[in-house]
Design a protein around this ligand. Structure first.
Ligand code: PRP
Ligand code: MG
Length: 212
């Protein structure tokens, strides 16, 4: 007999929202709500094991079949595409990928636009589609600082409430794509563990529908 199905969750907000869905579906989520720094968690009463990772690592674990399923932001999947099946939009973690900058800037007039971003691929592809030449300055965080300090003309980043932009005197200049949490499945698991994988997909999708 095969072991438990393994689900990889993105630590933080997406993890909490997924745990809430699973709990509403009747699973006992006590261990994960009190993980005590553990990264592998058993779900008593359901043949499921949950592991906790950073977003891009979730996709890697699912790609290699170490995890059968994963919950990850669409931003991660767009920035680092992986050969996995994206089977459901879970709705939560909703935000926008956007170009943002100072109100005074008219970016279309610039020959070479300097873009600061944690998402170099998404940023590059967006401006390529528009035929705008860009220099991408890759950042690890606090991207909003770059235009304020003169490091870049604009940023490409996630906007959720808009509070970070507002607090730093920036505005959305252009929306690129809608982002939300996606359920992904390993291609082999999808075939060889079809029943268990589909049971978990159905369970999550049902809760998403109830929530809508
Ligand atoms: C994210 C994102 C934006 C902000 C958007 O940053 O990069 O800066 O949240 O949220 P808001 O529109 O609700 O303000 P995060 O807090 O993850 O920090 P980091 O960019 O420094 O990693
Ligand atoms: Mg940020």
């Amino acid at each position: 007999m095969q072991g438990k199905i393994r689900l990889a969750l993105t630590k933080g907000r997406l993890e909490k929202d997924t745990v809430q869905l699973l709990e509403k579906a009747g699973l006992n989520m006590e261990t994960i709500k009190n993980p005590q720094r553990k990264l592998i968690l058993d779900i008593p009463g359901y043949p499921l094991e949950i592991i906790l990772l950073k977003g891009s690592d979730v996709a890697t674990y699912v790609e290699h079949g170490v995890a059968d399923l994963g919950v990850v932001g669409k931003d991660v999947l767009l920035e680092k595409p992986k050969p996995v099946y994206e089977v459901a939009d879970l709705g939560f973690g909703a935000c926008r990928m956007a170009v943002a900058g100072e109100t005074s800037l008219c970016p279309d007039n610039k020959k070479l636009l300097r873009i600061a971003s944690k998402y170099p691929k998404i940023a590059r592809e967006h401006f390529e589609r528009k035929g705008q030449s860009v220099e991408i300055i890759e950042q690890q965080g606090s991207v909003e600082l770059a235009p304020l300090m003169g490091l870049s003309d604009v940023i490409v980043d996630i906007v959720e409430t808009g509070n970070t932009l507002k607090a730093n005197g920036l505005i959305v200049l252009e929306e690129i794509v809608h982002i939300s949490a996606r359920l992904i499945v390993n291609k082999v698991s999808y075939k060889t563990r079809r029943i268990e994988v589909n049971a978990l997909i159905d369970l999550l999708e049902k809760q998403v529908r109830i929530r809508r």
